[in-house]
Design a protein around this ligand. Structure first.
Ligand code: SF4
Length: 421
């Protein structure tokens, strides 16, 4: 373990917000509200908990696209697992920000608020291939990282929307990439050999992985914008296809907003089965402010149209967009009230759902390496209402979200609700 946990010298009090929100939403699953609130506030692993983390048994943090609120690269556990199968991707957070704590109590890991145990938790089990290297010496957990049932090909690297200071305002990808490169020697691309070798090794663990997810920063290069980005994804997907021959395989690409030619190429030349392109926030003026690079190069309306056109290629329910929920409320140009934000967000999601595009959200974490580093995310009440609203829209329109559900992704409170259908 390389973590350097600080001593618990801060006087922590339970926020009470969880119980208040559950009283207002008695129909909402308690475990899911805990998940959301833990993501909102972050976690601090106590020294007592860290003493019981076993790097041979538990999955520790690996290279990732984004950093964390504690602004370090500690190898604390990647995530928590609740007893109903809910996963909570954790964001290590300094004690002074009053996060939940993960402690060791009565022989179990426990999520603690103030002095009260909120729920017993488990840690994600370490995948068998973690700790191994490819023949070229690349750590396999740099090539693919694991969610409980999914393999992530998440390339750490530059996003060209960051050029001229036009990166998305909540995003710390480039600052985090520089740190990972320096401290963990993480590469910005991987060879086909490394990809295939890692994949074969990961899939030796029977019954664990059921899906792939690929993403990275945007690459604007090429004769047409994003051509170079698509070239690389085609290459990676074809490498995966050599390990899993026979056509389509369960997979998700979270990429830039591609034109029809690029989408057709991905669909026809690879085994890719679903496509996601994130609008991040709904509402054109909010998008223009929060995502200036995307607004300048493609624009809100065209981004939406590209998603809708992708449905003709990938099929209804196999195209999605993601929101960094709460960023639409950032100051000073975000929505002044949560009610206004919710109204516009659900109306835009409904509009896209009518055309076969699904919308999921993640809880926004204001990170030190981002432009919005000193802002606060939204209330628990807001995130609960948003989860219910997006889930109800999907249910109304018969949209499935298999590639982004609680087993595959586990990072979207709204799609956790899909298991209730
Ligand atoms: S597109 Fe936006 S959110 Fe995605 S990596 Fe680039 S700047 Fe960050």
């Amino acid at each position: 373990m390389t973590a350097a946990p600080q001593e618990e010298t801060v006087n922590l009090t339970a926020s009470g917000e969880l119980e208040d929100a559950l009283e207002r939403h008695p129909d909402f699953p308690r475990h899911l509200a805990i998940k959301i609130d833990t993501q909102r506030r972050g976690v601090f692993y106590t020294p007592r908990a860290l003493a019981h983390v076993d790097p041979e048994k538990h999955q520790l943090r690996s290279p990732y696209l984004f950093g964390s609120r504690d602004n370090t690269l500690s190898q604390v556990p990647e995530s928590l697992l609740l007893h109903d199968g809910t996963t909570i991707l954790t964001d290590p957070t300094p004690l002074e920000k009053n996060p939940y704590r993960v402690d060791w109590r009565e022989g179990e890991f426990a999520l603690v608020d103030g002095d009260q145990t909120v729920v017993e938790v488990e840690l994600w089990p370490k995948p068998d291939y973690y700790g191994k290297t490819t023949r070229s010496g690349t750590p396999m957990n740099h090539v693919f990282t694991a969610r409980p049932q999914r393999l992530n090909f998440f390339l750490s690297g530059f996003c060209q929307f960051w050029a001229n200071d036009k990166g998305c305002r909540f995003c710390d990808l480039v600052t985090h990439w520089k740190r990972q490169k320096k401290e963990w020697n993480v590469a910005s691309s991987f060879s086909s050999d490394d990809i295939e070798e890692t994949l074969r090794e990961a899939l030796r663990e029977k019954g664990r992985f059921t899906n792939f997810c690929l993403t990275a920063g945007s690459n604007l290069n090429g004769p047409e914008i994003f051509d170079a980005e698509v070239d690389y994804y085609v290459e990676v997907l074809q490498s995966i296809g050599r390990v899993l021959p026979g056509g389509k395989f369960p997979s998700q690409l979270i990429g830039s907003a591609y034109n029809e030619k690029q989408l057709a190429r991905l669909y026809e030349q690879t085994g890719l089965s679903s496509y996601t392109s994130d609008l991040e926030v709904f509402g054109e003026d909010k998008f223009d402010w929060v995502c200036p690079g995307k607004a300048e190069k493609i624009g809100y309306q065209e981004w939406k149209q590209r998603l809708i056109r992708a449905v003709d290629i990938f099929g209804r329910g196999n195209v999605g967009t993601g929101l960094v929920a709460g960023a639409e409320l950032a100051k000073p140009h975000g929505w002044p009230t949560e009610d206004q934000a919710l109204g516009v967000t659900l109306s835009e999601a409904e509009n896209l759902a009518e055309k076969g595009v699904t919308t999921v959200y993640i809880v926004w974490v204001p990170r030190p390496g981002s432009y919005f580093h000193d802002q606060a995310n939204a209330s628990l009440d807001y995130y609960i209402r948003l989860a219910k609203g997006l889930h109800e829209i999907r249910a109304r329109h018969g949209l499935k979200v298999f590639f982004d559900d609680y087993r595959r992704c586990g990072n979207h409170p709204d799609s956790d609700l899909s298991r209730l259908l």
